[in-house]
Design a protein around this ligand. Structure first.
Ligand SMILES: [Zn+2]
Length: 110
């Protein structure tokens, strides 16, 4: 029995574990059976936890989006290029996070 790093959160987990205890990433399935991604072997708890995770991610994306928009607007009103760059970066980050969450939700849906 060895410890491996979880591909999702990086936490050290036993290679015998079916899922990461921290983020519920389905470890055994990902490593032993990369083809079996239809969720057939996943326990129900894992699927629910994963769904919650994507929802949380979507919520973060929405918050980031609002923050990015606010930064953009404030940079326009006070002419600060730094705030503009940060605003664009945060907006991009929120979009990437949102897309990732949408894909993840769709991927784990059944
Ligand atoms: Zn993990």
């Amino acid at each position: 029995m060895a410890l491996i790093a979880c591909p999702e959160c990086g936490r050290k987990v036993s290679d015998q574990a079916a899922a990461c205890p921290q983020c519920a990433y389905p470890l055994a399935q990902a490593i032993v059976e990369p083809v079996g991604r239809d969720g057939q072997l996943q326990p129900v708890e894992t699927v629910e936890l994963t769904g919650k995770r994507w929802k949380t991610m979507k919520a973060y994306a929405a918050v980031l989006f609002v923050v990015g928009m606010l930064l953009m607007f404030s940079s326009v009103s006070n002419g600060s290029p730094t705030a503009m760059i940060f605003g664009i970066l945060i907006l991009l980050g929120s979009l990437i996070l949102g897309v990732r969450a949408a894909i993840g939700q769709w991927w784990h849906h059944r």
